[in-house]
Design a protein around this ligand. Sequence first.
Ligand code: PXP
Length: 254
Amino acid sequence: MNNSHIRLGINVDHVATVRNARGGTHPDPVRAAVAAIAAGADGITVHLREDRRHIVDTDLIRLKAAISAPINLEMAATPEMLAIALHLKPNAVCLVPEKRSEVTTEGGLDVASQLGTLKPFVATLCDAGIRVSLFVDADFSQLHAAHDAGATIVELHTGAYADAEDAHQRALELSRLREAARLTPSLGLECHAGHGLTFENVGPIAAIANIVELNIGHFLMGEAMFIGIQNSIVTMRTIMDSARMSGIRSERNG
Ligand code: PXP
């Protein structure tokens, strides 16, 4: 496996959040997506929520028309979202747990307890040529369940690592993520990661060789307000690439 390149998917939901605060058309998340690709992003992630609090259905259609880079559609495993995904045919769908009352996706999907419903859901998406990712905590039982559900990819939830209260807790969460990522190839799963990543905390995650893609949104869009979207993404890319190269070097040196 060529693990020297780590892909960066940019989540533009929060541009839509700012737009929706005034109910108009500015700022446009599709324009942000085009700018993100121009700045070196490898793909665009959007989360179509049941309550449409940020991205809305017409954004998806405009996004598909505006970019040729891969679209990763985050969604809940509901019949409504399945119909939308089958119609839109994004490159990938990432199934996430969704609660109306949450501010953001709080934890990973409990694949193990929903295997019966997720398996046919995943199969329908795969049959339509869509890659299916499951957003899970760094927990071995969830990784085995993701494999049993027929997923192509697991995206490891990095929230507990990003929100760790002290260095000891952060090191523990990092080691759980490393172990989880280490298991994925033996289960035939591609490994992604995301949530809460920043310039300051992304390095150790990007250094994990089995992780092939990071999906990052909130921090980069916030930072774009100060330094612009291009600088925000280029800086993240530079930090990720340099962390990946040092990760590879330290693995080689044992
Ligand atoms: N990956 C998934 C599956 C998510 O739900 C989110 C948040 O929407 C992200 C990545 C990006 O997280 P953040 O906005 O904290 O960078």
